[in-house]
Write a protein that binds this ligand. Structure first.
Ligand code: TZP
Ligand code: MG
Length: 248
């Protein structure tokens, strides 16, 4: 008999590796004429650790069909698939969870629909948004926007390394255990040229208010989906994230 399901779920969620979090893009500018499912398969071979299917234009039928195909690929690699914006699509596909922004379904409602074993991630750009997301039971936070990026044009909140440091410090020094344990990734303009500097700066004690703990991973779109050799790009980022910086 299973005695404490919550503890088991918490332990499984704790083992999710957020190191290299791929967010997909289906636009001409980034994906071009390539097949998204093939591109994601290459990224999985390169070592991405989470996949978020983000598609702002396909209709619901096409979203579900693509999400199912992506889920098959992700399952083969034992990598969680999350759906951007759409709780209904995640439920239809039976994938591992969703990623919700500030204008999407509220996390409390999403949790009711998805149950406690699914992963719910939230985009946050401020300490207040982070506080609310923790309170509402997010499993991880996508913190951004780090740098301006052409991938997402309407990013109103470009908070830079310092903005992300402030949110990390708030979380990791909180009295609330859920905040201290919260998984985090940063997003916006991360690429192979800046990734080691970014992760270093997010932890470096360059002032009195340095966060006690760094970020758990980085989320990238164009640095992988837009790369000529997707597998190589993912593998290169993974190596950079998993080795100490050679120069910064
Ligand atoms: N949210 C904030 S920035 C962004 C999203 C989805 C896009 C990041 O794309 P890229 O290509 O990694 O800069
Ligand atoms: Mg959204």
């Amino acid at each position: 008999p299973v005695r404490d399901v919550s503890a088991i779920i918490a332990r499984m969620k704790d083992q999710v590796d957020y190191t290299l979090y791929l967010v997909t893009d289906s636009t001409e500018a980034i994906l071009g004429s390539r097949d998204l499912v093939e591109v994601v398969e290459q990224a999985l071979l390169g070592g991405v650790t989470v996949v978020q299917y983000r598609d702002k234009t396909s209709d619901t039928g096409a979203l579900i069909a693509t999400a199912k195909a992506l889920h098959e690929k992700c399952k083969k690699h034992n990598i969680p698939l999350l759906i951007n914006d759409r709780v209904d699509v995640a439920l239809a596909v039976g994938c591992e969870g969703v990623h919700l922004g500030q204008d999407d379904m509220n996390l409390t409602e999403a949790r009711k629909l998805l149950g406690r074993d699914k992963i719910i991630g939230a985009t946050v750009s401020s300490i207040e948004e982070a506080r609310v997301a923790v309170e509402r039971g997010a499993d991880y936070l996508g913190i951004g926007t780090l740098y301006a990026t052409s991938t997402k044009k309407n990013t109103k909140d470009i908070i830079g390394v310092n903005g992300i440091r402030r949110i990390l410090r708030y979380l990791h020094t909180s009295d609330d255990e859920a905040a201290r344990k919260m998984k985090t990734v940063c997003i916006g303009g991360v690429n192979a040229l800046n990734v080691q500097r970014v992760t270093y700066q997010l932890h470096a004690p360059s002032d009195h208010s340095s966060p006690p703990k760094s970020i758990d991973g980085v989320a990238v779109v164009s640095a992988i989906v837009g790369a000529k050799d997707v597998e190589q790009a993912a593998a290169n980022l993974k190596t950079l994230l998993c080795t100490p910086p050679t120069f910064i």
